[in-house]
Design a protein around this ligand. Structure first.
Ligand SMILES: Nc1nc2c(ncn2[C@@H]2O[C@H](COP(=O)(O)OP(=O)(O)OP(=O)(O)O)[C@@H](O)[C@H]2O)c(=O)[nH]1
Ligand SMILES: C[S@@+](CC[C@H](N)C(=O)[O-])C[C@H]1O[C@@H](n2cnc3c(N)ncnc32)[C@H](O)[C@@H]1O
Ligand code: SF4
Ligand code: SF4
Length: 342
């Protein structure tokens, strides 16, 4: 697969191609692998409104990122649909030229209400996170007892609105690995691409252990025994998921194997937190502030220069390093997933 050429490149020759924007650090779920209730409890201090970048600030930054090579924008969070008037922001992004793909990652709980407005505003795709079809297990995993039917209704509404859909399932051995086959069967039947994500050691609060990771190759084997699969090539340079298609009939799945088969060598992703910090890796300890330069009146060329320097110095390859030094590296201080959006 060819690298995009128009973009700036980092120290490892990786182009800047994807911008992932977290629009809020708040969420109505408390997934144990992301925002465990005992840490993100009622006294947890989320960002106050004045610290969040406004839609105008986010759009201005997006335009600058696009001028440096970004073609793909993903809206995430926290739960992005908890940010008020999100369709207004989607509409603003859709007017920034040269963005080929505008997607959103959501837990789906509020999607039924907003799907139509999001599509009309210019959203192309949604990725809905769902870890089980069993209400008890799902309720436990989301930490708030939310029902599977809420999310499935969101998916139906998104499909009816004409949005392209993918479903993401984080697989945790001993917690929801019994759901791999039921989920594969269900979403194959529905015609949506299901992607299995290896449970990751993001942040410092989820108590991650390597023995809770179900390797992607085991998932493929389990599904292949019942519904034969074959690998297919990536859709584009740096695609995160490895794709497999069902040999009989239609459909495909994806495997996101950040733990057992790291994909840092083609990582083209920059992340922006809701308060305007830019991160060069999902596992970064600190971000580079863009809010102060924006609010101090820096010009577009000045901000462009800041981002260019940041990307030119980038050397991150956390998941590859984890493969060779798991015990040491996982102790490092890392930003929380709910802060930068996964
Ligand atoms: N380690 C690591 N994991 C990632 C990275 N990007 C995504 N992931 C993981 O993969 C999951 C799925 O990411 P998505 O946002 O759905 O993937 P995507 O590549 O943007 O999706 P498509 O554009 O549909 O291919 C995330 O929630 C993370 O768990 C990354 O850069 N590093
Ligand atoms: C942080 S959430 C933000 C968007 C939205 N709230 C959602 O859940 O889709 C983005 C993605 O990160 C994934 N995620 C969170 N913690 C993870 C972990 N420890 N390992 C792997 N994926 C994780 C979630 O399953 C979700 O698909
Ligand atoms: S994974 Fe998404 S839905 Fe779950 S707690 Fe994190 S931000 Fe919320
Ligand atoms: S671990 Fe960091 S460098 Fe590697 S793929 Fe993920 S975000 Fe990119």
């Amino acid at each position: 697969m060819q690298k995009p050429t128009r973009s700036i490149v980092d120290k490892l020759q990786r182009p800047l191609r994807d911008l992932r924007i977290s629009v809020t650090d708040q969420c109505n779920f408390r997934c144990r692998y992301c925002m465990p209730e005992e840490i993100f409890g009622s006294d947890y201090k989320f960002l106050p409104k004045e610290k969040l970048l406004t839609f105008e600030e986010l759009t201005r930054l997006t335009r600058i990122f696009v001028s440096l090579g970004v073609e793909k924008v993903r809206i995430t969070g926290g739960e992005p649909l908890m940010r008020r008037d999100l369709p207004t922001f989607i509409h603003m992004i859709s007017k920034v030229g040269r963005v080929k793909d505008i997607a959103m990652t959501t837990n789906g709980s509020l999607l039924a209400k907003h799907a139509k407005a999001l599509k009309e505003a210019g959203l192309h795709r949604v990725t809905v996170s769902l870890d089980s079809l069993d209400d008890d297990r799902f309720g436990q995993m989301n930490g708030r007892g939310f029902k599977v039917s809420h999310v499935l209704e969101g998916i139906e509404a998104a499909a009816a609105a004409g949005l392209q859909i993918k479903v993401n399932m984080v697989v945790q051995k001993g917690t929801n690995d019994q759901d791999v086959l039921p989920m594969a069967r269900y979403f194959r039947e529905k015609g949506h691409i299901l992607r299995f994500i290896e449970y990751m050691d993001v942040g410092n609060s989820n108590g991650w252990r390597l023995d809770q990771v179900l390797p992607s190759r085991d998932i493929v084997e389990r599904i292949h025994r019942e519904m034969p699969l074959e690998p297919v090539g990536p859709n584009h340079y740096g695609e995160v998921a490895s794709r497999y298609r069902y040999l009989e009939g239609k459909g495909e799945i994806g495997l996101i194997s950040s733990v057992t088969q790291a994909f840092c060598s083609t990582c083209t992703r920059v992340r922006l937190s809701a308060e305007g910090k830019m991160y060069s890796c999902l596992f970064a300890s600190a971000g580079t502030d863009l809010r102060a330069p924006l609010r101090e009146g820096k010009s577009d060329p000045e901000i462009r220069e800041l981002i260019t320097e940041f990307w030119r110095h980038r050397t991150d390859r956390y998941s590859e390093e984890r493969l060779s030094n798991t015990p040491e590296i996982t102790k490092k201080k890392k930003v929380e997933m709910s802060h930068i959006g996964g």
